[in-house]
Design a protein around this ligand. Structure first.
Ligand code: MLT
Length: 322
Protein backbone atom coordinates (compact mmCIF):
# COMPACT_ATOMS: atom_id res chain seq x y z
CA UNK A 1 0.00 0.00 0.00
CA UNK A 2 2.84 2.32 0.99
CA UNK A 3 4.67 1.40 -2.24
CA UNK A 4 1.51 2.17 -4.24
CA UNK A 5 1.21 5.59 -2.58
CA UNK A 6 4.84 6.39 -3.38
CA UNK A 7 4.41 5.32 -7.03
CA UNK A 8 1.20 7.35 -7.37
CA UNK A 9 2.86 10.43 -5.90
CA UNK A 10 5.81 10.02 -8.29
CA UNK A 11 3.47 9.66 -11.30
CA UNK A 12 1.45 12.72 -10.33
CA UNK A 13 4.63 14.70 -9.82
CA UNK A 14 5.72 13.66 -13.36
CA UNK A 15 2.41 14.77 -14.85
CA UNK A 16 2.56 18.08 -13.01
CA UNK A 17 6.13 18.54 -14.21
CA UNK A 18 5.15 17.93 -17.84
CA UNK A 19 2.25 20.36 -17.50
CA UNK A 20 4.53 22.96 -15.97
CA UNK A 21 7.10 22.74 -18.78
CA UNK A 22 6.90 25.58 -21.26
CA UNK A 23 5.63 24.54 -24.70
CA UNK A 24 7.33 23.20 -26.75
CA UNK A 25 9.75 21.30 -24.55
CA UNK A 26 10.62 18.60 -27.09
CA UNK A 27 10.44 18.05 -30.89
CA UNK A 28 7.16 18.33 -32.75
CA UNK A 29 6.21 15.90 -35.53
CA UNK A 30 4.58 17.15 -38.72
CA UNK A 31 2.91 14.23 -40.53
CA UNK A 32 3.07 14.35 -44.34
CA UNK A 33 0.48 11.89 -45.70
CA UNK A 34 2.30 11.33 -49.04
CA UNK A 35 5.73 10.15 -50.18
CA UNK A 36 8.94 12.13 -49.69
CA UNK A 37 9.91 14.32 -52.63
CA UNK A 38 6.32 15.35 -53.47
CA UNK A 39 4.60 18.72 -53.03
CA UNK A 40 3.24 18.25 -49.48
CA UNK A 41 6.64 16.97 -48.40
CA UNK A 42 8.40 19.95 -50.02
CA UNK A 43 6.15 22.50 -48.31
CA UNK A 44 6.41 20.68 -44.96
CA UNK A 45 10.21 20.70 -45.09
CA UNK A 46 10.43 24.40 -46.00
CA UNK A 47 7.86 25.40 -43.37
CA UNK A 48 9.14 23.17 -40.55
CA UNK A 49 12.67 24.47 -40.97
CA UNK A 50 11.50 28.07 -40.47
CA UNK A 51 8.97 27.20 -37.71
CA UNK A 52 11.86 25.65 -35.75
CA UNK A 53 13.42 29.11 -35.45
CA UNK A 54 10.24 30.57 -33.95
CA UNK A 55 9.42 27.62 -31.69
CA UNK A 56 12.95 26.87 -30.51
CA UNK A 57 12.34 23.16 -31.12
CA UNK A 58 12.92 20.84 -34.05
CA UNK A 59 9.88 20.10 -36.20
CA UNK A 60 10.37 16.59 -37.58
CA UNK A 61 8.72 15.73 -40.90
CA UNK A 62 7.35 12.18 -40.95
CA UNK A 63 5.95 10.62 -44.15
CA UNK A 64 3.02 8.30 -43.32
CA UNK A 65 1.75 7.26 -46.75
CA UNK A 66 -1.06 5.28 -48.32
CA UNK A 67 -4.72 5.44 -49.43
CA UNK A 68 -4.55 9.01 -50.80
CA UNK A 69 -3.33 10.43 -47.51
CA UNK A 70 -5.98 8.85 -45.25
CA UNK A 71 -3.45 6.75 -43.30
CA UNK A 72 -1.32 9.74 -42.32
CA UNK A 73 -4.24 12.03 -41.52
CA UNK A 74 -5.84 9.21 -39.47
CA UNK A 75 -2.63 8.86 -37.44
CA UNK A 76 -2.92 12.50 -36.32
CA UNK A 77 -6.68 12.26 -35.63
CA UNK A 78 -5.98 9.53 -33.06
CA UNK A 79 -2.91 11.16 -31.47
CA UNK A 80 -2.68 13.01 -28.14
CA UNK A 81 -3.88 16.62 -28.35
CA UNK A 82 -0.72 17.99 -26.75
CA UNK A 83 0.71 20.10 -29.59
CA UNK A 84 3.46 17.61 -30.45
CA UNK A 85 1.89 16.18 -33.60
CA UNK A 86 0.49 18.09 -36.56
CA UNK A 87 -1.20 17.19 -39.83
CA UNK A 88 -0.11 19.08 -42.94
CA UNK A 89 -2.39 18.46 -45.88
CA UNK A 90 -4.48 20.06 -48.57
CA UNK A 91 -7.71 20.23 -50.51
CA UNK A 92 -7.79 16.52 -51.26
CA UNK A 93 -6.68 15.13 -47.87
CA UNK A 94 -8.85 17.45 -45.75
CA UNK A 95 -11.86 17.91 -48.05
CA UNK A 96 -12.15 15.41 -50.92
CA UNK A 97 -11.29 12.26 -48.95
CA UNK A 98 -14.35 12.75 -46.73
CA UNK A 99 -16.59 12.38 -49.79
CA UNK A 100 -15.10 9.15 -51.13
CA UNK A 101 -13.71 7.15 -48.21
CA UNK A 102 -15.49 5.68 -45.17
CA UNK A 103 -13.00 7.47 -42.93
CA UNK A 104 -12.27 6.34 -39.35
CA UNK A 105 -12.07 10.02 -38.41
CA UNK A 106 -14.12 13.16 -39.00
CA UNK A 107 -12.34 15.88 -40.97
CA UNK A 108 -14.00 18.67 -38.99
CA UNK A 109 -14.76 17.18 -35.55
CA UNK A 110 -11.39 15.44 -34.98
CA UNK A 111 -9.06 18.36 -35.79
CA UNK A 112 -8.35 21.88 -34.65
CA UNK A 113 -7.26 24.17 -37.51
CA UNK A 114 -3.88 25.89 -37.01
CA UNK A 115 -3.12 27.95 -40.14
CA UNK A 116 -4.16 28.36 -43.75
CA UNK A 117 -1.05 27.80 -45.90
CA UNK A 118 -0.20 28.59 -49.55
CA UNK A 119 -2.05 27.29 -52.60
CA UNK A 120 -1.06 26.42 -56.13
CA UNK A 121 -2.80 25.56 -59.38
CA UNK A 122 -2.14 22.35 -61.30
CA UNK A 123 -0.36 21.89 -64.63
CA UNK A 124 -1.15 19.34 -67.32
CA UNK A 125 2.26 17.80 -68.07
CA UNK A 126 3.41 14.89 -70.25
CA UNK A 127 6.59 12.97 -70.83
CA UNK A 128 8.69 14.51 -73.60
CA UNK A 129 8.12 11.55 -75.94
CA UNK A 130 4.43 12.47 -76.35
CA UNK A 131 4.27 14.08 -79.84
CA UNK A 132 1.68 16.77 -78.93
CA UNK A 133 2.84 20.40 -78.74
CA UNK A 134 -0.29 22.03 -77.26
CA UNK A 135 -3.37 21.04 -75.25
CA UNK A 136 -5.51 20.45 -78.36
CA UNK A 137 -2.80 18.18 -79.74
CA UNK A 138 -2.58 16.32 -76.43
CA UNK A 139 -6.34 15.70 -76.36
CA UNK A 140 -6.22 14.41 -79.97
CA UNK A 141 -3.25 12.15 -79.13
CA UNK A 142 -5.02 10.72 -76.06
CA UNK A 143 -8.15 10.01 -78.13
CA UNK A 144 -6.08 8.22 -80.75
CA UNK A 145 -4.27 6.11 -78.13
CA UNK A 146 -6.91 5.74 -75.41
CA UNK A 147 -6.27 2.12 -74.52
CA UNK A 148 -2.56 2.78 -73.96
CA UNK A 149 -2.38 6.20 -72.25
CA UNK A 150 -1.53 6.27 -68.53
CA UNK A 151 -1.63 9.10 -65.99
CA UNK A 152 0.11 9.07 -62.61
CA UNK A 153 -1.81 9.95 -59.43
CA UNK A 154 -1.25 9.83 -55.68
CA UNK A 155 -4.17 7.40 -55.31
CA UNK A 156 -7.96 7.49 -55.69
CA UNK A 157 -9.21 10.84 -54.38
CA UNK A 158 -5.85 12.60 -54.44
CA UNK A 159 -5.69 16.01 -56.10
CA UNK A 160 -3.92 14.49 -59.12
CA UNK A 161 -6.67 11.90 -59.48
CA UNK A 162 -9.60 14.32 -59.09
CA UNK A 163 -7.97 16.79 -61.50
CA UNK A 164 -7.38 13.93 -63.98
CA UNK A 165 -11.03 12.87 -63.82
CA UNK A 166 -12.10 16.51 -64.25
CA UNK A 167 -9.80 16.77 -67.31
CA UNK A 168 -11.28 13.56 -68.77
CA UNK A 169 -14.84 14.85 -68.29
CA UNK A 170 -14.13 18.21 -69.88
CA UNK A 171 -12.22 16.79 -72.87
CA UNK A 172 -14.21 13.58 -73.44
CA UNK A 173 -11.04 11.50 -73.10
CA UNK A 174 -10.28 8.25 -71.25
CA UNK A 175 -6.99 6.98 -69.93
CA UNK A 176 -5.77 4.70 -67.21
CA UNK A 177 -4.77 6.04 -63.78
CA UNK A 178 -1.64 4.62 -62.15
CA UNK A 179 -1.64 5.17 -58.34
CA UNK A 180 1.55 6.01 -56.44
CA UNK A 181 2.22 6.79 -52.76
CA UNK A 182 2.65 10.42 -53.78
CA UNK A 183 3.40 12.53 -56.81
CA UNK A 184 7.13 12.66 -55.99
CA UNK A 185 7.59 9.08 -57.26
CA UNK A 186 4.94 9.59 -59.99
CA UNK A 187 6.92 12.55 -61.35
CA UNK A 188 10.13 10.50 -61.38
CA UNK A 189 8.34 7.90 -63.51
CA UNK A 190 7.02 10.62 -65.84
CA UNK A 191 10.54 11.99 -66.37
CA UNK A 192 11.74 8.42 -67.01
CA UNK A 193 8.93 7.91 -69.55
CA UNK A 194 7.21 5.09 -67.59
CA UNK A 195 3.85 6.92 -67.61
CA UNK A 196 2.46 9.45 -70.13
CA UNK A 197 1.01 12.33 -68.12
CA UNK A 198 0.04 13.85 -64.80
CA UNK A 199 -2.34 16.66 -64.00
CA UNK A 200 0.10 17.71 -61.32
CA UNK A 201 0.47 20.40 -58.70
CA UNK A 202 2.58 23.22 -60.12
CA UNK A 203 4.91 23.10 -57.11
CA UNK A 204 5.79 19.51 -57.95
CA UNK A 205 6.32 19.85 -61.71
CA UNK A 206 7.65 23.34 -62.33
CA UNK A 207 11.34 22.59 -61.85
CA UNK A 208 11.22 19.61 -64.26
CA UNK A 209 9.35 21.84 -66.74
CA UNK A 210 12.07 24.51 -66.43
CA UNK A 211 14.74 21.85 -66.94
CA UNK A 212 12.97 20.67 -70.11
CA UNK A 213 12.46 17.15 -68.72
CA UNK A 214 8.67 17.15 -69.16
CA UNK A 215 6.27 19.18 -71.33
CA UNK A 216 3.64 21.58 -69.90
CA UNK A 217 0.33 22.22 -71.70
CA UNK A 218 -1.88 24.34 -69.45
CA UNK A 219 -2.37 25.72 -65.96
CA UNK A 220 -5.67 25.03 -64.15
CA UNK A 221 -6.20 28.67 -63.16
CA UNK A 222 -7.96 31.73 -64.53
CA UNK A 223 -4.68 33.60 -64.97
CA UNK A 224 -1.16 32.53 -65.92
CA UNK A 225 1.31 31.90 -63.13
CA UNK A 226 3.72 34.83 -62.59
CA UNK A 227 6.54 32.34 -62.14
CA UNK A 228 5.77 30.47 -65.42
CA UNK A 229 4.17 33.05 -67.72
CA UNK A 230 4.78 30.98 -70.88
CA UNK A 231 2.31 28.27 -69.88
CA UNK A 232 -1.23 29.16 -71.06
CA UNK A 233 -4.29 28.83 -68.85
CA UNK A 234 -6.55 25.86 -69.63
CA UNK A 235 -9.16 28.26 -71.07
CA UNK A 236 -6.56 29.89 -73.35
CA UNK A 237 -5.44 26.41 -74.42
CA UNK A 238 -9.01 25.41 -75.37
CA UNK A 239 -10.41 23.73 -72.22
CA UNK A 240 -12.45 26.34 -70.32
CA UNK A 241 -13.62 25.33 -66.87
CA UNK A 242 -10.53 23.38 -65.82
CA UNK A 243 -9.94 25.50 -62.70
CA UNK A 244 -8.47 23.79 -59.65
CA UNK A 245 -6.50 25.35 -56.83
CA UNK A 246 -4.86 23.06 -54.27
CA UNK A 247 -4.73 24.97 -50.99
CA UNK A 248 -2.79 23.76 -47.97
CA UNK A 249 -3.39 23.85 -44.23
CA UNK A 250 -1.99 22.80 -40.88
CA UNK A 251 -4.13 21.02 -38.27
CA UNK A 252 -3.69 19.61 -34.74
CA UNK A 253 -5.71 16.86 -33.03
CA UNK A 254 -9.02 18.09 -31.60
CA UNK A 255 -8.72 19.44 -28.06
CA UNK A 256 -5.22 20.88 -28.40
CA UNK A 257 -5.02 23.75 -25.86
CA UNK A 258 -5.89 27.13 -27.33
CA UNK A 259 -2.58 28.74 -26.26
CA UNK A 260 -0.65 25.98 -28.09
CA UNK A 261 -2.69 26.53 -31.26
CA UNK A 262 -1.93 30.26 -30.99
CA UNK A 263 1.80 29.54 -30.58
CA UNK A 264 1.85 27.20 -33.58
CA UNK A 265 -0.15 29.64 -35.69
CA UNK A 266 2.28 32.41 -34.77
CA UNK A 267 5.23 30.25 -35.90
CA UNK A 268 3.50 29.46 -39.22
CA UNK A 269 2.60 33.15 -39.76
CA UNK A 270 6.20 34.19 -39.06
CA UNK A 271 7.42 31.60 -41.54
CA UNK A 272 5.05 32.89 -44.24
CA UNK A 273 6.21 36.48 -43.61
CA UNK A 274 9.91 35.67 -43.94
CA UNK A 275 11.24 37.14 -47.25
CA UNK A 276 13.52 34.14 -47.90
CA UNK A 277 10.62 31.73 -47.40
CA UNK A 278 8.34 33.85 -49.57
CA UNK A 279 10.85 33.72 -52.41
CA UNK A 280 11.29 29.94 -52.08
CA UNK A 281 7.53 29.42 -52.12
CA UNK A 282 7.03 31.79 -55.07
CA UNK A 283 9.72 29.92 -57.06
CA UNK A 284 7.69 26.74 -56.53
CA UNK A 285 4.58 28.50 -57.87
CA UNK A 286 2.93 28.67 -54.44
CA UNK A 287 0.77 31.67 -53.59
CA UNK A 288 0.79 32.83 -49.97
CA UNK A 289 -2.63 33.70 -48.50
CA UNK A 290 -3.13 37.26 -47.20
CA UNK A 291 -2.03 37.70 -43.57
CA UNK A 292 -5.61 38.18 -42.31
CA UNK A 293 -6.63 34.73 -43.56
CA UNK A 294 -3.66 32.82 -42.16
CA UNK A 295 -5.67 32.31 -38.95
CA UNK A 296 -7.11 29.06 -37.48
CA UNK A 297 -10.61 30.55 -37.88
CA UNK A 298 -10.07 31.32 -41.58
CA UNK A 299 -8.76 27.80 -42.22
CA UNK A 300 -11.76 26.27 -40.42
CA UNK A 301 -14.22 28.44 -42.37
CA UNK A 302 -12.50 27.75 -45.70
CA UNK A 303 -12.41 24.00 -45.10
CA UNK A 304 -16.15 23.97 -44.24
CA UNK A 305 -16.98 26.01 -47.35
CA UNK A 306 -14.88 23.71 -49.55
CA UNK A 307 -16.58 20.60 -48.09
CA UNK A 308 -19.99 22.15 -48.86
CA UNK A 309 -18.86 22.95 -52.41
CA UNK A 310 -16.95 19.78 -53.37
CA UNK A 311 -18.67 16.84 -51.65
CA UNK A 312 -21.81 17.03 -53.83
CA UNK A 313 -19.65 17.36 -57.00
CA UNK A 314 -17.39 14.42 -56.06
CA UNK A 315 -20.29 12.23 -54.94
CA UNK A 316 -22.20 12.99 -58.15
CA UNK A 317 -19.11 12.08 -60.18
CA UNK A 318 -19.16 8.64 -58.51
CA UNK A 319 -15.45 8.72 -57.65
CA UNK A 320 -14.65 5.79 -55.34
CA UNK A 321 -11.81 5.24 -52.87
CA UNK A 322 -9.31 2.38 -53.15
C1 MLT B 1 1.82 14.63 -52.85
O1 MLT B 1 2.39 15.29 -51.97
O2 MLT B 1 2.29 13.57 -53.28
C2 MLT B 1 0.59 15.21 -53.49
O3 MLT B 1 0.10 16.26 -52.74
C3 MLT B 1 -0.43 14.22 -53.87
C4 MLT B 1 -1.48 14.86 -54.75
O4 MLT B 1 -1.72 16.04 -54.65
O5 MLT B 1 -2.10 14.18 -55.58
Amino acid sequence: MRLFAILLAATLAGVADAAAQPYPSHPITMVVPFAAGGPVDALARILSERMRQSLGQTVIVENVTGAAGTIGVGRVARAAADGYILSIGHWSTHVVNGAIYALQYDLLRDFDPVALLPSNPMIVVSKNAVPARNLGGLVAWIKANESKVSAGTAGAGSSTHIAGVYFQNLTGTHFQFVPYRGTGPALQDLVAGQIDLIVDQASNSLQQVRDGKIRPYAVTAKTRMPTAPDIPTAAEAGVPGLDISVWYGLWAPKGTPKEIITRLNQAAVEALADPVMRQRLADLGLEIPAREIQTPEALGAHQKAEIAKWWPIIKAAGIKGE
